[in-house]
Design a protein around this ligand. Structure first.
Ligand code: ADP
Ligand code: MG
Length: 412
């Protein structure tokens, strides 16, 4: 399918073309027509499958066609996208800005951690599309700096992460701040029960669109698992970096402490390493992400929450230094590579205590991940052959004895 086959305005198609999007991704192909029919939707599709454009493009189209019907409308917030982190808000804002380049729709993003005044000023000038993190949105509403009474479309992006980060009550509050009559779109990488419950309480008769992880992961992401003792994980990591993995590499660790420790070790070994986790300031995290995006070959070490949803495309390989204990996290992690149809590879280091987690992951993927046995740190090292002195000793004439020759045969 081509973008031009979708009922999208020329101004949108032109901008999409400039983004070098050639064909819609699977989720875009399925979701865009349904949103254009003004239906509520719940969409589950793995990270990196192009969910942002799947809601941004039809939202822009709906706003443009309403202007065409009713004439030019007042600048006020007509669509709001709620997303859990500042990084995501900035990314979504960039997407909307490029897609609306040839329209007169205005987009802005508001998020915490920066001063309120510049955001208030922009809002005062009038915007059509607002991207917001939950806390800042509520804050601005309390200060009467925004008016959500004219919302036509309400988007909950990365809903699973939003709930993981404890935003459930904020999300419900925001939903109530908008008019009852509106189109609601919920996007999530995974669909745990708590998302289904949230959807039941916020969406009327939604159309459910689910792209299974196996449809998107199996195709273009190679997945390999290395079984080894926990104590050898750093050694294996160095071994693979030296011999097997090239390019831009994203390494996941469960804890901030783990991130720092691995960063130090890799730095000592002369690797170009960046890292992000919750204890680093926003400015430092943004800088690390920018540097990583700009580089051709470097390593970014991250915790899950710090990396979730961030669009770092063209990652050549992922290393799961720890096996995540929540299977959905694995899906998120490997979704950082092989984005939008490119190929990628994910290496997972599994120590015996993590076997159960690996099984859970294989269950949700509905496939077994290939185990690589040929590496220097296997779980059961090959038995050392005891050399019996009399069998390899040379006889007096300097030739090996018959016994030694026989044994040699047996050994190898
Ligand atoms: P998700 O929200 O599902 O994690 P994003 O919307 O962040 O995914 O998109 C992931 C990456 O894929 C981005 O770099 C985006 O620019 C790119 N992308 C999205 N749609 C397309 C497309 N149709 N063709 C090519 N690249 C695309
Ligand atoms: Mg997204």
């Amino acid at each position: 399918m081509q973008f031009s086959e979708l009922p999208l305005d020329k101004s949108i198609l032109k901008a999409v073309k400039e983004e070098r999007f050639q064909t819609p991704t699977l989720v875009q192909e399925k979701v865009i027509p349904v949103i254009l029919e003004k239906k509520n939707v719940i969409v589950a599709a793995q990270t990196g499958t192009g969910k942002t454009a799947a809601f941004a493009l039809p939202i822009i189209q709906l706003l443009i066609s309403k202007e065409e019907e009713t004439g030019k409308r007042k600048k006020r917030i007509k669509a709001v996208v709620v997303t859990p982190t500042r990084e995501l808000a900035i990314q979504i804002e960039e997407n909307f800005k490029s897609f609306t380049k040839y329209t007169d729709l205005k987009t802005t993003a508001v998020f915490g951690g920066v001063s309120l005044d510049p955001q208030k000023e922009i809002l005062k000038e009038g915007v059509d599309i607002l991207i917001a993190t939950p806390g800042r949105l509520i804050d601005l509403q309390m200060r009467e700096a925004i008016n959500l009474n004219f919302i036509e479309i309400f988007v909950l992006d990365e809903a699973d992460l939003m709930l993981d980060m404890g935003f459930i009550n904020d999300v419900k509050k925001i939903e109530k701040m908008c008019p009852m009559k509106k189109q609601t779109l919920l996007f999530s990488a995974t669909m745990p029960d708590k998302i289904v419950d949230l959807a039941k309480s916020t969406l009327k008769n939604p159309v459910k669109i689910e792209i299974n992880p196996e449809e998107t992961t199996a195709k273009n992401i190679g997945q390999l698992v290395y079984k080894l003792p926990k104590k050898n994980k750093t050694d294996l990591c160095l071994h693979l970096l030296r011999n097997t993995i090239n390019g831009r590499i994203l390494i996941f660790r469960r804890t901030k402490f783990g991130v720092d420790k691995l960063e130090q070790t890799l730095n000592k070994n002369n690797y170009n390493v960046l890292s992000i986790h919750g204890d680093k300031t926003q400015i430092i995290r943004n800088k690390a992400i920018e540097n990583f995006k700009d580089s051709k070959g470097s390593i970014l070490i991250a915790t899950d929450v710090a990396a979730r949803g961030i669009d770092i495309s063209n990652v050549d390989a992922i290393i799961n230094f720890d096996i995540p204990n929540v299977p959905e996290t694995y899906v998120h992690r490997i979704g950082r590579t092989g984005r939008a149809g490119k190929s990628g590879i994910a290496f997972s280091f599994c120590s015996p205590d993590e076997d159960a987690y690996l099984h859970q992951i294989e269950e949700i993927l509905q496939k077994t991940i290939k185990v690589i046995d040929d590496h220097p740190y296997p779980l059961t090292p090959p038995k050392k052959v005891k050399v019996q002195p009399n069998t390899i000793s040379k006889n007096k004439k300097g030739r090996k004895s018959e016994a030694s020759k026989k044994n040699k045969k047996r050994w190898y």
